[in-house]
Design a protein around this ligand. Structure first.
Ligand code: NIG
Ligand code: FE
Length: 390
């Protein structure tokens, strides 16, 4: 029997477990028992069962680890100059992706793996315990496959995004690129990926190309997700709902029909407010989606172009300040919502049997995540019941 650990002295424990109070399943003056990497018990500290070891968190808040269901960490280089130009008036376009493609193709496997490890570590220190990682800056069979092979060493949540943009060498023949993506590239990438994604947007892929890519990915055993309605209105969200995809991400420009389709589907709308912050664009309307009964997730979209933040706490603060979410809705979306967007029921909550992935905040309440933006409130991150060294 593995040794058990009781975390005690938890001023406020957010479990997302419906057996406890409210949306976040809050227990005050709580304890949580971990055994074998999973949660074995939660409740009031005075009722906690005995355990082999105890750790007193001194009245701080404990929340589930963040589930960042959308990131692009397989890249080399950065685009700080593009960001600076944007801040003086140049607008964001999908074409900037090609700058990163050139840098990524030129990087060695070791350089790509080291950059990924650096960013995953940065995320862990900010409380992220599950991260999805996409390809999409290689755009050749070889470069997409090696990016996914490297990513799969770091996470089970890998996504083939060969259909990110048409690379410069095939700019004259997008149909040939879609054939490559759905043929040899998919074949080389599928063994390293769980998901298939497509950027359905002006300047990237249209809705027919998106459908072709998603169908081919699903036929190869991958599960579909999408980038849609990021830079303007379009048919992407409707396609995601029609195909019953697990998640459709961005959802910045939605018609009433899009919101109705999301509400009627099981598809999670993933909002990525770091993008709107970093591209100085209008934020998605989370309130409208929640009021319509849609499933909402929050994620970082960490990438070198539209949003180079790895901070889910920043996204929580932005969604509360700018998108009409309550602090509880934002934390739920960044944990249980992210897990739903990855079809995972073992993470994003701290009910008995879930992974003991959790965060001890340097704060008495989860409210501080939105109340104290930009402050490093993550005191300790536990992954499968073990505290990560800082
Ligand atoms: O999610 N939307 C497409 N892809 C990324 C941006 C990629 C880039 O600019 O490098 C995004 O915003
Ligand atoms: Fe993205």
């Amino acid at each position: 029997m593995e040794t058990s650990l009781v975390l005690t002295g938890i001023g406020e424990l957010c479990t997302n477990d419906p057996r406890h109070d409210g949306l976040l399943g809050v227990v005050r003056d709580a304890a949580l028992v971990v055994q074998g990497g999973t949660v074995a018990w939660t409740g009031p500290a005075h009722e906690a069962p005995a355990a082999d070891a105890a750790y007193d968190v001194g009245g701080r808040a404990v929340v589930p680890g963040f589930v960042d269901s959308h990131s692009h960490l397989m890249f080399a280089g950065d685009r700080a100059e593009e960001f600076a130009a944007r801040m003086t008036g140049t607008s964001y376009s999908a074409g900037g992706i090609r700058t990163t493609v050139a840098a990524t193709r030129a990087a060695t496997d070791e350089q790509l793996a080291a950059n990924l490890a650096r960013l995953v570590d940065e995320m862990r220190r900010q409380g992220t315990t599950t991260v999805e990682v996409k390809s999409g800056y290689g755009l050749t069979v070889h470069d997409e496959a090696r990016c996914l092979a490297i990513a799969s060493q770091a996470t089970a949540e890998t996504t083939f995004l060969g259909a990110h943009v048409v690379p410069p060498e095939l700019a004259h023949d997008p149909a040939a690129y879609v054939d490559l993506v759905t043929g040899p590239m998919l074949e080389a990438c599928a063994p390293h990926a769980r998901w298939v994604d497509v950027f359905c947007e002006r300047g990237a892929f249209d809705v027919d190309q998106a459908r072709t890519v998603l169908r081919a990915g699903e036929a190869a055993g991958l599960q579909g997700r999408m980038h849609a309605n990021q830079l303007g209105p379009g048919p992407g969200v409707q396609l995601a709902c029609e195909l019953a995809l697990t998640a459709v991400d961005h959802c910045t420009y939605l018609s009433d029909a899009d919101v109705d389709a999301l509400a009627a589907s099981g598809t999670t709308a993933t909002l990525l407010p770091g993008v709107e912050f970093s591209t100085r664009s209008p934020y998605p309307d989370a309130r409208r989606l929640l009021d319509a009964g849609c499933h909402v997730a929050l994620a970082s979209d960490c990438n070198p172009g539209s949003c180079y933040t790895s901070s889910v706490p920043l996204c929580v603060a932005l969604s509360v300040r700018e998108m009409g979410m309550s602090p509880a809705e934002a934390l739920f979306a960044a944990t249980k919502g992210g897990a739903r967007a990855l079809a995972r029921d073992d993470v994003g909550h701290l009910a008995v049997g879930a992974a003991a992935d959790l965060v001890v905040l340097e704060a008495p309440s989860y409210l501080h995540l939105a109340y104290r933006p930009g402050v490093p409130l993550v005191r300790e991150t536990f992954l499968r019941g073990r505290a990560l060294s800082r």
